[in-house]
Write a protein that binds this ligand. Structure first.
Ligand code: ZN
Length: 352
C-alpha cells in the first residue's frame, strides 16, 4: 500500500462520540427553518423546490454563484482521472453559529486580516466529480431541495456539465451532514442517482443509522439525525461500507479524518507521484481553520479531535505539497496549502 495511504488511521473510540455537542447547539436552531423532520417533508418542500427551480429558469432568484461558473469552477487531471468541482450553491451561516465557542474578537480579527467582509459567512459548496475508467463518481451529493435556498443546485451544475444523474455510477460520502448527504434524494424524495452505488465509512454509517442517535445527539441537532437516518434507509440496499486506509475505488483511498463527525472520511486520489486530497469538512474553512487549525469550529461534533485531525492534515498537505479540494473553499475549492508565519494559507489553483 502506498506510503501516504498508510497515514489513514482510525482515531476514535465509541466512548468519545457525542462530546462537545452542546457547543454546536445553534446549528439546528439556525437550520430549523428547513428542518427535515418527517412532518415537514413532502408537499411543502416539493413546492419550495419547484418554485426555486422555476425562479432560476425565469432568471429570478439567481444566487451569488451563477450558473455560468457552476461548471468547471475547478478542474484537474490526475493520470487518467478527470476531476472537476461542481457548485451546489452556497450556505449562509451566522458567525455566532459557525464559530460557536470561540472568542468572537479573535475570530473577527482573523477574518478581517484575511479580507472576509463583516456579517454572515457564505461558504461555497463544491461537489467533486471524477471520471475514471468508465466510472462517474461524485464525492458527496450536495444539500438537496430542503436545506437552504441558496444551496441544492447540484442538478443544475450536472446538467451544465453534460452529466445526466443516471450516468453517475458511484456516490462516495465524506459524512452525513445535510449539505453533503441530503442531495441524494430529489424533489420527489426519490433517489436522484438511480443507477449509483453508494460508499460510506463504516463508523459514519453506524452513528447516523443508529435510531438512538436522534435522541442522544443534542436536542437541536435531532432533526439532522432524523434527516440522515431517513436517507440512509433509502440508500441501504445499494450502500457499501469501508474503513480508513482501504482503497475503495481504483486509485482512491479512504483517509479517516474523524472529529467533525464521528466517522468523517477524506479521500486521497493518487496516480504515481501525483495526489489529491478531497478533504470534505475535516478542514471546513480557509480562514480561521488555516490560521488556528486546532480551534474547534461550531459545526465540529468533537472539537478537540477535529482540531487534531486538521493539524495532521494541514501538516501533510503542506509538507507533501499535495493538491486538495475543500468542500467549502473559494474558487471551486481546488488548491494547495502553504505554511506562512506559523500558520497555513490556502492557495487556490483557479482565479475565480
Ligand atoms: Zn459541509
Amino acid at each position: 500500500m502506498r506510503r501516504a495511504f498508510l497515514r489513514a488511521k482510525r482515531h476514535r473510540s465509541n466512548a468519545q462520540w457525542g462530546l462537545d455537542l452542546a457547543k454546536c447547539g445553534d446549528l439546528y436552531k439556525f437550520t430549523s427553518v428547513n428542518m427535515d423532520v418527517p412532518d415537514l417533508v413532502g408537499e411543502d418542500m416539493t413546492v419550495n423546490r419547484r418554485e426555486f427551480v422555476a425562479g432560476l429558469v425565469a432568471g429570478a432568484l439567481v444566487p451569488t454563484t451563477s450558473l455560468a461558473n457552476a461548471v468547471g469552477q475547478g478542474q484537474l487531471t490526475l493520470g487518467d482521472m478527470q476531476v472537476m468541482t461542481l457548485s451546489d450553491g452556497h450556505l449562509t451561516l451566522p458567525r455566532s453559529m459557525l464559530f460557536a465557542g470561540l472568542e468572537s474578537d479573535a475570530v473577527d480579527q482573523i477574518l478581517q486580516t484575511r479580507g472576509v467582509p463583516d456579517g454572515p459567512i457564505h461558504p461555497p459548496i463544491n461537489v467533486t466529480l471524477m471520471r475514471h475508467g468508465g466510472r462517474v463518481v461524485l464525492f458527496d451529493a450536495g444539500s438537496g431541495p430542503g436545506f437552504q435556498n441558496t444551496a441544492g443546485q447540484l442538478t443544475n451544475a450536472l446538467d451544465a456539465a453534460g452529466v445526466a444523474p443516471e450516468e453517475v455510477s458511484h456516490v462516495v460520502f465524506t459524512h452525513c451532514h445535510p449539505d453533503h448527504l441530503w442531495g441524494v434524494l430529489d424533489d420527489f424524495d426519490d433517489p436522484l442517482f438511480p443507477n449509483a452505488e453508494y460508499l460510506m465509512g463504516e463508523a459514519e454509517w453506524a452513528y447516523w443509522f443508529d435510531p438512538n442517535t436522534a435522541s442522544t445527539i443534542s436536542g437541536d441537532r435531532a432533526s439532522m439525525a432524523v434527516g440522515a437516518r431517513r436517507r440512509l434507509e433509502v440508500m441501504e440496499e445499494r450502500l457499501s461500507r469501508f474503513k480508513g486506509g482501504q482503497e475503495i475505488l481504483p486509485g482512491v483511498a479512504a483517509h479517516a479524518s474523524y472529529g467533525h463527525t464521528p466517522g468523517h472520511m477524506s479521500f486521497e486520489l493518487r496516480d504515481g507521484q501525483q495526489s489529491l486530497l478531497i478533504g470534505g469538512d475535516a478542514i471546513g474553512n480557509h480562514h480561521v481553520s488555516f490560521a488556528k487549525p486546532e480551534w474547534s469550529i461550531g459545526t465540529d461534533q468533537d472539537g478537540e479531535l477535529a482540531g487534531k485531525t486538521r493539524v495532521r492534515l494541514l501538516d501533510m498537505l503542506a509538507h507533501d505539497q499535495m493538491q486538495m479540494i475543500g468542500y467549502h473553499f473559494p474558487n471551486g475549492g481546488i488548491g494547495r496549502v502553504e505554511t506562512v508565519q506559523g500558520a497555513y494559507r490556502f492557495v487556490p489553483s483557479h482565479d475565480s
